[in-house]
Design a protein around this ligand. Structure first.
Ligand code: NAP
Length: 225
């Protein structure tokens, strides 16, 4: 069965992705900042918990080293944060802004880029990052969420550049959108995480280089740019 690596897999959407893929027989490599606390993840079948502070390049390098060239079929850079979403423009701090961009934009690119040898060794060769409707400039009709929007629009930009660079290598890079999901990030408002992830799983399983340039929702619909 294929191997999938999911960052931020100790809770929320990442944990449910790990649960549904492992339940389907896939080998799951799930990352967590605190491995000892990731008990739900560790209890899943065919699942290994790996340590990762996603914003730390040394931690990413250590993760890749620990894989020792092991093939990875699918990577989902899922770990992400949202801070003070309702902040007015003058309330947006540089510290918050940089922290969110470091986590939501830099970290996914750094992780996926570092895993290139593992992806090339895998059969499916799929590298995805977790985008959001908030990434869309075209669909932004209600303002707010300055830091989060910037981080996810930036994520779209870097993943699109990577898509173009890696397509000749046969690696399918792309962006997926979970919908508004009831997790800690949304104070548990939104659709059930099981529903979102069931849809995302279908999108991930069918993702090919032909989907490059799309931001595909859990329901199969495209997020406008
Ligand atoms: N929920 C939604 O409605 C929604 C909508 C659109 C997009 N998304 C995106 O979907 C992804 C997952 O969101 P979620 O709702 O599952 O959020 P969540 O419940 O808050 O979980 C976030 C996960 O990311 C991890 N994480 C955060 N910062 C990290 C870092 N610096 N290094 C390593 N891990 C880190 C967290 O680990 P800790 O437990 O250690 O904090 C946790 O595992 C995010 O990228 C989010 O932006 C969510």
């Amino acid at each position: 069965m294929p191997t999938i690596l999911i960052s931020g897999a100790n809770r929320g959407i990442g944990l449910e992705l790990a649960r549904q893929f492992s339940g389907d027989g896939w080998t799951v490599l799930g990352t967590s900042r605190d491995v000892s606390a990731a008990t739900e993840l560790a209890a899943l079948p065919n699942t290994t918990v790996l340590p990762l502070e996603a914003t730390d390049p040394e931690a990413i390098a250590a993760l890749v080293k620990s894989l020792d060239g092991r093939p990875v079929d699918v990577v989902i850079a899922n770990a992400g944060i949202a801070i003070n979403l309702e902040a007015k423009p003058v309330e947006v701090t540089r510290a918050d802004f940089l922290k969110v961009v470091r986590t939501n934009t830099f970290a996914p690119l750094a992780l996926v880029a570092a895993l290139k040898p593992n992806l090339l060794a895998g059969e499916r060769k799929v590298a995805l990052a977790m985008s959001s409707l908030m990434s869309s400039i075209g669909a932004n009709t209600w303002a707010t969420q300055y830091t989060y929007r910037a981080s996810k629009t930036g994520l779209n930009a870097v993943m699109t550049a990577l898509t173009l660079e890696w397509k000749p290598l046969g690696i399918a890079c792309g962006l997926i959108r979970p919908g508004m999901v009831a997790t800690q990030m949304t104070n548990y408002n939104g659709i059930p995480v099981q529903t979102s992830v069931a849809g995302l799983k279908t999108v991930v399983e069918n993702f090919t280089t032909a989907d490059a340039g799309r931001i595909i929702g859990y329901d199969g619909t495209d997020v406008p740019w």
